[in-house]
Design a protein around this ligand. Structure first.
Ligand code: 5GP
Ligand code: MN
Length: 338
C-alpha cells in the first residue's frame, strides 16, 4: 500500500485551484462514482473542478451525472487537452497507468499540474506526486471515502457523494460478494446509507435498467458459450455483426463474463468482443480462487487488472484470438485444477 501525505495534500487544497478529475477509458461504476464524489467534494471546498472522461459512459450510470458535469474528451480533444495542460491539480481515479486513458495520457504527462492517483489495481506507475494505491481495497470509491475521512471532511459527504460512492462499491464488489468486501467495506457502506445513499434505489437504477436488446444480446452470447471442463474454463465471444444486430450500447456487455463463472466447477471465464472501429478484440477475464487473471492478461493479452478480474486486448482477428486462447489453456491446466 502506498499512502498519500495527508497534511501535504491538505495544504495544496487550501486555496482555490483549477482541478481536472479523470476516470479510466470505458468507465465503470467505480470510475464514474469516484470521479463524481471527488468533483463534488472539491467544488464544495471552493475549487473549480471538471470531470473529463476519455470516452462516453454507460446509460445505467447517467443518473449519477444529473448536472451533466462529465465532459467527454473524444468530443473536443483540443479544448479538453488545453484544460488538462492549464490545470493546477489532476486527480486520476480507478487506474494506475496512463495508457488506460488513451491519447489523454500524453497531455496528463505533459501537464505541469500536481497529480494525484487513487487506485486499487496492481503495479502502479510512477506518474503522480501523490499516489494512494491499495490492492486490498474493494474499490476506488471505498478509498475515496477513506481519503475524505483522513482529510477530516466527512461532513462534506452529502447524498450525491454518498450515492456515487455507494454505486462504485456496489458495482466493484459484485454487490458485496467478491472476496475484498470486508467488514470495513460494510462500515463504509453503512455510513454512506446514513448520509443519504439509498441502496435499494441505486440497485434498481443500475441493475434493473436493461433494454430488451441487451437481454437478447446476452441470450445470444450464452448460446455460443464454450465450456471446457478439462480446464475448468468457460468462454464466450461477440462479433461486431451481433453487436450491431442487437443495437449494442456502451455498457451492454458488462457482467456477461460472470455468467461463465457461475457454472458449477468453472474457475476461469472469458469474453472476447470484436471492436471493428478500434480494430481490436477486447477481452474480459474473471476467475475464482488463486488463478491469477491479472498475470494471464499481462503475459498474453496486453492487459492487467486484479487477481480475479482483469482485461486486455488482442490485435489479431476474433478467430485467431480465440484459437490463441484455446491453445494457451493446456499451459495453465495444473493451475486451473489445483
Ligand atoms: P473489465 O473486464 O470489466 O473491463 O475489467 C476488469 C478489470 O481489469 C478492471 O479492474 C480494469 O481496470 C482492468 N482492465 C480491463 N481492461 C484492461 C486493459 O486493457 N489493461 C489493463 N491494464 N487493465 C484492464
Ligand atoms: Mn475499480
Amino acid at each position: 500500500m502506498i499512502k498519500i501525505d495527508i497534511k501535504d495534500l491538505k495544504s495544496q487544497l487550501q486555496d482555490s485551484k483549477k482541478i481536472i478529475v479523470i476516470p479510466h477509458k470505458n468507465p465503470d461504476g467505480d470510475a464514474i462514482g469516484s470521479s463524481i464524489a471527488i468533483n463534488e467534494l472539491l467544488k464544495s471546498l471552493g475549487h473549480k473542478s471538471l470531470i473529463i472522461s476519455p470516452n462516453n459512459f454507460p446509460d445505467f450510470l447517467k443518473w449519477m451525472d444529473d448536472d451533466y458535469e462529465i465532459k467527454i474528451y473524444e468530443e473536443d480533444e483540443e479544448v479538453f487537452s488545453n484544460e488538462i495542460l492549464n490545470s493546477d491539480i489532476i486527480f486520476t481515479l480507478d487506474f494506475n497507468s496512463l495508457s488506460r486513458i488513451g491519447k489523454m495520457g500524453e497531455y496528463v504527462k505533459k501537464s505541469k499540474a500536481l497529480k494525484v492517483m487513487i487506485d486499487h489495481h496492481q503495479s502502479p506507475e510512477n506518474y503522480a506526486k501523490y499516489t494512494y494505491s491499495d490492492v486490498n481495497m474493494s474499490s476506488t470509491c471505498e478509498m475515496v471515502y477513506h481519503l475524505i475521512s483522513e482529510l477530516s471532511l466527512g461532513d462534506k459527504i452529502n447524498s450525491k457523494i454518498a450515492s456515487a460512492l455507494y454505486t462504485g462499491i456496489m458495482t466493484d464488489t459484485g454487490s458485496f460478494k467478491f472476496p475484498l468486501t470486508t467488514d470495513l467495506t460494510h462500515k463504509v457502506v453503512s455510513d454512506l446509507i446514513k448520509k443519504g445513499a439509498n441502496g435499494s434505489e441505486i440497485n434498481n437504477l443500475v441493475y434493473d435498467n436493461n433494454s430488451c436488446d441487451k437481454l437478447l444480446l446476452l441470450s445470444h452470447t450464452l448460446s455460443n458459450m464454450v465450456v471446457d471442463m478439462e480446464h475448468k474454463t468457460a468462454y464466450m465471444y461477440l462479433t461486431q455483426h451481433s453487436l450491431n444486430k442487437y443495437n449494442f450500447k456502451k455498457g451492454d456487455t458488462e457482467g456477461f463474463v460472470n455468467y461463465g463463472l457461475s457454472i458449477k466447477g468453472v474457475k476461469f471465464a472469458a469474453i472476447f468482443i470484436e471492436n471493428e472501429a478500434e480494430k481490436i478484440i477486447k477481452i474480459s477475464l474473471r476467475s475464482k480462487g488463486d488463478f491469477n487473471v491479472n498475470e494471464f492478461s499481462r503475459n498474453n493479452f496486453n492487459g492487467g487488472g486484479h487477481i480475479n478480474a482483469a482485461g486486455g486486448y488482442s490485435s489479431e482477428n476474433l478467430e485467431a484470438t480465440l484459437l490463441k486462447f484455446k491453445n494457451l489453456l493446456p499451459n495453465y491446466k495444473n493451475k486451473l485444477n489445483q
